[in-house]
Design a protein around this ligand. Structure first.
Ligand code: TRP
Length: 330
């Protein structure tokens, strides 16, 4: 039997080329080697207020983008988190073995709540729900961006704690980080990671950007005051453009060096823009096909949830039994 892989994305904001190069494409590549489960984590999304109509729309958009990017629904299960009740159930059981201090220490929690007064407790619980996602399917491998490493460590701590309190129950999951160069920075500010929620019009190339607009955003990307590419002195902006180029064209670092050393920034940007557009074009074409038939997406998500539900139910039963919850086990 193939080892199981689980990962997910929040249906908030727009997916961008950083989400594609840093996560989605990685999932596509490994899906054949694992029993793959990819989730749209709407329960995580509501840790911050979401407009219900908008959330409903985004869930479908992200699901369609998974498929458009190359996740094969015949091979991998694609489903919406809230369609499988086990996520919320296991999350509660794990909450009860989690210390508040562990959660308060999470850098993402600290970043999200900095200078804020009214903080929803869902934000604190966020990593516990994430652990539940993973443990519910006894996933062996979890491919995520580097910003999620700490949450994965917490997940392993929870496995350790639960298993030692109640006996072997959960599989210890391993983190799988994407190859270097997959961390895409903001086009308007290359010192900050490209973000789904950033406001600036020139910040990110969205996967569903009009191709002309995508081209234009790359042409306007922030570089530095040098006139041309100098590998002995690369600014953050130029380094980011080169790494986006390399990621989309899948060429080697040597090829990039040979191709771009000494090139004027205008010409560099043109080539990067062309590579990005060439990468987005087939994704957008598939996206249009998929969304042309709304019933197809409904079916796909229903089937995905039906496929994973028995696994989830089995784990919930096991956890209940181990904890001595009502009428489970002897
Ligand atoms: N927190 C993850 C992110 O923001 C999304 C996520 C939720 C996730 N549950 C998960 C990722 C389980 C991997 C496994 O990217």
């Amino acid at each position: 039997m193939k080892p199981r892989v689980f990962s997910g994305m929040q249906p908030t904001g727009n997916l961008h080329i950083g989400n594609y190069l840093g996560a989605l494409r990685n999932w596509v590549r490994i899906q054949a080697d694992y029993e793959s489960i990819f989730c749209i984590v709407d329960l995580h999304a509501i840790t911050e207020y979401q407009d219900p109509t908008e959330l409903r729309r985004r869930i479908r958009e992200v699901a369609a983008l998974y498929v458009a990017a190359g996740i094969d629904p015949a091979q991998s299960a694609i489903f919406v988190q809230s369609a499988v009740s086990g996520h919320a159930e296991l999350s509660w059981m794990l909450t009860c073995v989690t210390q508040i201090g562990w959660l308060q220490r999470m850098t993402q929690f600290k970043a999200k709540t900095e200078n804020r007064e009214a903080i929803g407790s869902g934000l604190l619980q966020y990593p516990v729900l994430m652990a539940a996602d993973i443990l519910l399917y006894q996933a062996a491998v979890v491919p995520v961006g580097e910003d999620q490493s700490q949450h994965l460590e917490l997940t392993r701590d929870l496995v350790q704690r639960f298993n030692s309190l109640y006996g072997e129950t959960f599989v210890m999951p391993a983190t799988s980080l994407p190859a270097v160069g997959a961390r895409v920075m903001g086009l308007d500010d290359p010192t900050k990671k490209m973000s789904k929620s950033a406001e600036g019009a020139g910040h990110a190339v969205w996967l569903l950007d009009d191709l002309k607009a995508a081209h234009k955003k790359i042409m306007r990307a922030t570089t530095d005051s040098n006139p041309a590419v100098d590998f002995s002195n690369l600014g953050d902006g130029v380094a980011n453009l080169l790494s986006v180029y390399q990621a989309f064209t899948e060429c080697t670092t040597e090829t990039v060096r040979a191709e771009f050393e000494g090139m004027r920034y205008g010409d560099l940007k043109k080539r990067v823009a062309e590579a990005v557009v060439a990468g987005l074009e087939p994704i957008q074409a598939r996206y249009r096909e998929i969304t042309a038939d709304p019933a197809y997406l409904d079916r796909l998500l229903d089937e995905g949830a039906d496929r994973v539900r028995p696994i989830a139910e089995q784990t919930v039963q096991l956890a209940k039994e181990r904890m001595g919850l009502y009428r489970h086990g002897s």
